[in-house]
Design a protein around this ligand. Sequence first.
Ligand code: ZN
Length: 140
Amino acid sequence: MLPEALARQIITDHSQHPRGRGEIAGVPHATRENPGCGDQVTVWARVEGGRLLEVRFTGRGCAISQASASLMTQALAGKGLEEARALAARYRAMVMGEAPPDLALGDLVALEGVSRLHARRKCALLAWQALEAALAGPHE
Ligand code: ZN
């Protein structure tokens, strides 16, 4: 578990200076919304040879939803699909409070505190649900 101040710093940094922001032309993408918080995230995923070569997002909303999307694009870029799904499952378990933070999650552990804020769990999972939908198709 990260010290809370460091976790907050990572979330603020990624929400104010998001990585992996933008569209990727011609690849599967999907949008998910969280009306309760006004969050909206669209995720683009370029998959080649069973690997997530590039993940990008656009969207708006609270710091948690945007930081989570930014951290996700960094955590998953270059990963094999199976590895990416395993990481997504670990992340989800952490956010839902079902499993402790896992070192394999890297900076994503900054969002561990969301597990204690039930209303914010949707914010932290939004980008991941959009990615899942983009990978599942049909292409939107
Ligand atoms: Zn939110």
